[in-house]
Design a protein around this ligand. Structure first.
Ligand code: AMP
Length: 560
């Protein structure tokens, strides 16, 4: 240990722990009249918001919530969720953001595993809750969340309805200080194998993440995403990594915030227009969904800036969005990382480069943000060169990474093997520091002795004018080990078969950009590609579907 100098503090000096409470204070100081909007249902000012957080804390305390308890939420993206993101951790309790898109069995597993004592349930999930009730082992009380136009429903174990209880509660609450290393939030990974795993984040981690995120979205000139005059609407579920942490940033900065409830593409376009939204974030499939909405046809979304993460950003989508005035910026992160790790910002060298080259970098996972260290590791724990060529597992260090998996110490040790957090992603890092995700380790296609990146193939195929969306998986092949298989959604009147895909990809093979082994032999055109609970391509389901089709010959497969 280095013998550094640590000086004594005055006995009455205040240490100001990094608590979520402190993120609530500044926005209202700057803009107490700015609005928080929920669909076409409700709008109120920051001054009211701060009061409502105190009212909610009083309601929760009355309900029996104490520091250390876990309080779960089952809601769509709403002002209520935002209030919970503050009030629950500010009481010293842990907010469990339930992934309402998991199967009922998985939801039940996560609620029991997380020790949920209190649950706030949207009226849409009252039936689901009733079905789980008999198997829940720790829940004591519930609270009903309903919209003005929700049907009247009966929630088991309920202490009452959210708005009614808030209206009757006091507008102040004496929030105490406590250890900044207290857990503030928890939620479960949507991994495709085994049970969901619980990740957790402390007040200190969330505050540091918020400050880093604010500095990235607000200060990088090549991708200036969000300043104090921007209008923010999340389109990443709030149950998924705290809507990527942006609600904390938006509240700290006092931005106008728009919460869209359950995602409906037509309503998203309407809210964008009516509330003058300028900044959002989502996975690529949501952009597809918005561009395909009736209300979006022929519309110029001039000035809408979107961070795209959660999956690789295909060039075809980047260009389609830009043609309608939407500027996409890629970023990278995962449930285990709070989530922000890197963002595609352009340095001087790239800003001087051609438009085409700039796009090549704007769609990569980007450069690690402040306080994040990224490296590439081989299977023995050795480091690989950052030369844009060597591929290895991306490993990370940062102050806001989950320190283990809840009650899964062995899995936590594996996550942190060699003192670095393992992402399960194969990547390269170039000399400029750009991370490029080549694939999930388990999705890489091993064919004819070569490793083919399914993400790269999806990106190249997405550039064909007939293609709206493409998913590529490896399927077993007796001769080559695996062969790439493509599932396609075509644009209206678009036509493409396996031969057309081959013709399109041949040009990339000739330019040396793609191995000839990467050319898929089978293509299925479908109306919809299976998605996970957070809207990503569900490669596990796709592999299962393909195996079934092949066994039954039930879908027309175009074969070379
Ligand atoms: P999740 O934990 O569900 O948020 O998923 C995290 C995973 O999404 C990462 O491990 C990556 O495989 C993928 N991912 C996130 N951002 C990107 C990106 N910009 N490019 C490629 N893959 C990404």
């Amino acid at each position: 240990m280095l013998q550094t100098r640590i000086l004594p503090s005055a006995e009455n000096a205040h240490a100001s722990p990094l608590l979520i409470k402190s993120l609530l204070l500044s926005g209202v100081r700057y803009e107490k009249n700015r609005e928080i909007v929920y669909r076409d249902q409700l709008r109120y000012s920051y001054a009211t918001f701060v009061e409502r957080v105190a009212r909610l804390a009083n309601v929760l305390t009355e309900m029996g919530v104490k520091a250390g308890d876990t309080v779960a939420v089952m809601d769509w993206d709403s002002h209520r969720y935002l209030e919970c993101m503050f009030a629950v951790p500010m009481l010293g309790a842990v907010l469990h953001t339930i992934n309402v898109r998991l199967s009922p069995e998985q939801i039940l597993y996560t609620m029991n595993h997380a020790d949920d004592r209190f649950v706030l349930v949207n009226s849409d999930f009252v039936e689901l809750y009733a079905g789980l009730k008999a198997s829940l082992t720790t829940v004591e009380r519930t609270l009903l969340l309903s919209d003005a136009d929700s049907p009247v429903v009966e929630l088991i174990d309920s202490v009452g309805e959210y708005e009614a209880l808030l209206a009757a509660a006091k507008t102040t609450y004496p929030f105490a200080d406590f250890d900044e290393n207290s857990v503030a939030t928890t939620f479960y990974t949507t991994g495709t194998t085994g049970n969901p795993k619980g990740v957790y984040f402390t007040h200190r981690q969330l505050v540091l993440h918020t400050l880093a995120m604010a500095s990235v979205v607000g200060s990088v000139d090549s991708v200036r995403l969000c300043g104090t005059d921007d209008v923010y609407m999340p389109i990443t579920p709030m149950f998924h990594v705290h809507a990527w942490g942006m609600p904390y940033v938006a509240t700290m900065l006092g931005l106008k915030q728009v919460y869209p409830g359950r995602y409906d593409p037509e309503l998203l376009v309407e809210l964008w227009e009516r509330e003058k939204v300028t900044f959002s974030h989502c996975v690529p499939t949501i952009v597809q969904m918005i561009l395909a909405a009736k209300a979006a046809q022929g519309k110029n979304f001039n000035g809408w800036k979107l961070i795209i993460g959660g999956s690789a950003l295909p060039r075809g989508l980047y260009e389609a969005a830009l043609a309608q005035g939407i500027q996409l910026t890629a970023a990278y992160g995962m449930s285990e990382t709070c989530p922000l790790i890197s963002c595609a910002m352009l340095n001087d060298q790239l800003q001087a480069a051609s438009q085409d080259e700039q796009i090549t970098y704007r769609i990569k996972a980007g450069i690690p943000v402040p306080l994040v260290e990224a490296a590439l590791m081989d299977e023995e724990g050795g480091f690989l060169a950052h030369d844009g060529e060597q591929q290895g597992e991306l490993v990370l260090r940062a102050p806001w990474l989950t320190q283990s998996y809840f009650r899964e110490p062995a899995q936590g040790e594996a996550l942190w093997e060699h003192g670095w957090m393992h992402t399960g992603d194969v990547a390269t890092i170039c000399e400029m520091g750009f991370i490029e995700i080549r694939d999930r380790i388990k999705d890489v296609i091993k064919t004819g002795g070569e490793w083919v990146s399914s993400l790269e193939l999806e990106d190249l195929i997405s550039r064909h004018p007939a293609v709206r969306e493409a998913a590529v998986v490896g399927i077993p092949d007796p001769q080559w080990g695996e062969r790439p298989f493509v599932m396609l959604v075509l644009r209206p009147n678009g036509q493409l078969d396996a031969r057309g895909v081959k013709e399109h990809l041949k040009t990339f093979v000739e330019q040396g950009l793609l191995s000839k082994w990467a050319i898929p032999t089978q293509v299925a055109v479908v109306t919809e590609i299976p998605k996970t609970s957070v809207g990503k391509l569900d490669k596990k389901r796709i592999r299962q579907d393909v195996a079934q089709w092949q066994a039954e010959s039930s879908v027309f497969l175009s074969t070379l």
